[in-house]
Ligand binder design. Sequence first.
Ligand code: SF4
Length: 338
Amino acid sequence: MSVSTVSTAPAGAPEAADPGPAWAEEVRALARRRDAVVLAHNYQLPEIQDVADHVGDSLALSRIAAESDAETIVFCGVHFMAETAKILAPQKTVLIPDARAGCSLADSITAEQLREWKAEHPGAVVVSYVNTTAAVKAETDVCCTSSNAVEVVASVPREREVLFLPDQFLGAHVRRVLDRADMHVWAGECHVHAGINGRQLADQATAHPDADLFVHPECGCATSALYLAGTGAVPESQVKILSTGGMIDAARATGAKEVLVATEVGMLHQLRRAAPEIEFRAVNDRASCSYMKMITADALLRSVRDGTDEVHVAPELAARGRAAVQRMIEIGNPGSGE
Ligand code: SF4
């Protein structure tokens, strides 16, 4: 197993006051003038989610970007997500309101590190989670989301080694499910998800014994959630390992009155909208991605007004990355991703 360097989040992300209805109207008018569709990830600030034309997870939004008739895509999310939209919609102008909005998970492996890793394992199949840069996707055989990671790795013949990256928690989940010893997992992590730990989950599960547990597989607590279910501490039927899009579907379907949510806290806004009768509680209410929150009301207004910041992906990289993303879409149910 290789060890990666994980970058830290920017300190003190701005938390703007509610910008109000005049701001929302101006954003919509400027977007119409630019023939732009505004997309917002589930972890965005509530006002950004509310003004967007579509809210969802990274892959769902990239597909909407590719299918949209709009000339311009304004992607309110982090940089690798806007890059993925550009890979799938190369003829469109793709904007991100603040190009500094990175991702500690995507930054945990570079294309050069991946090339070195591949050289150590000639013939191995590279499976990358969608939280990767365009340059890493170009070095990848097949991408995966948290919804189809198990199916993607299961599709690799047993005689081939697998290099799985960059998330160690998702990789551990897949390796455990498939009992696959020839799968090497990169030691990357998201600083937000890694901060949600098993102790917090166990404490919350004890305090709210009737609550469902919705756990994102990138969470440091995914293993704990499965362990709690395995020991009978929490009934197995109450533990659901879900992508962010899967959480919305599960919220609509569950009969539970209370749900504990182990992922970034922005997710609570969409869950409460989808199922207002349910009490949703964050397992860790400080699990907030400061990169996501760099897309402020001011930044979005600037973006639709001035056309900033444009996302570019070199055509040759985009073509190779697109092939890896398209293979992912063909396997199982890719659903959503983060
Ligand atoms: S929550 Fe983690 S994985 Fe998601 S964008 Fe932020 S740093 Fe990246």
